[in-house]
Design a protein around this ligand. Structure first.
Ligand code: FES
Length: 194
């Protein structure tokens, strides 16, 4: 009887001891393994940080190489229907896009504000003596409402930009599409009906 009880007790003690050792085993960590884990962690962290810096530098470089030109000179800039001048009305000016939108009897023209002489910005001087006019303040070149040169040292008439009109009547001025010309021809104007 005593033997049986001792055997049963021994088995229970053995089972309990194995459970306790198993639990301790989970918390026990080999110092060498810890060192390896730490080294791996430090290496991964350094690689991650370097990768992040390179990715940020790459993104910044990409942004410089392919800047977003929306709304800026070089892009296509919309002019809402409400801002389109009436026929022979005062020009609409877009400073960022560097153009005047004029509405001649032949249609719309987007005139590049840069003087073809030496590059000064050409202001609109308004109807003077019954004529619309643009006059360059630098050396006095003069242009009429269509951008045609009427006087001064400029070698040609004002340059103009490509225009399309969408279904809503919004005028899309492509400020990256600049055309040169000597004189004004009605075919340069884009017909527009509001
Ligand atoms: S830059 Fe305009 S006239 Fe010289």
């Amino acid at each position: 009887m005593f033997r049986i009880a001792r055997t049963i007790f021994g088995m229970m003690f053995g089972w309990l001891a194995s459970m306790v050792l198993g639990i301790f085993g989970r918390f026990h960590q080999d110092p060498m393994a810890n060192q390896v884990k730490r080294r791996t962690f430090v290496r991964n962290a350094a690689l991650g940080a370097t990768g992040s810096v390179l990715a940020l530098l790459g993104a910044g470089f990409g942004a410089l190489m392919w800047p977003n030109k929306t709304g800026a000179f070089g892009s296509t800039i919309p002019v809402p229907k409400d801002s389109v001048p009436a026929v022979d009305g005062a020009p609409f000016r877009n400073i960022q896009g560097k153009f005047y939108l004029v509405n001649t009897k032949d249609g719309l023209l987007a005139l590049y504000t840069k003087c073809p002489h030496l590059g000064c910005a050409v202001p609109y001087v308004g109807p003077a003596e019954a004529e619309h006019a643009f006059q360059c303040p630098c050396h006095g070149s003069m242009y009429d409402y269509t951008g045609l040169k009427t006087g001064g040292p400029a070698p040609r008439s004002m340059d103009y930009m490509g225009i399309t009109v969408d279904a809503n009547g919004t005028v899309l001025v492509n400020t990256g599409d600049i055309k040169t010309r000597q004189t004004f021809d009605p075919s340069q104007a884009v017909p527009y009906t509001a």
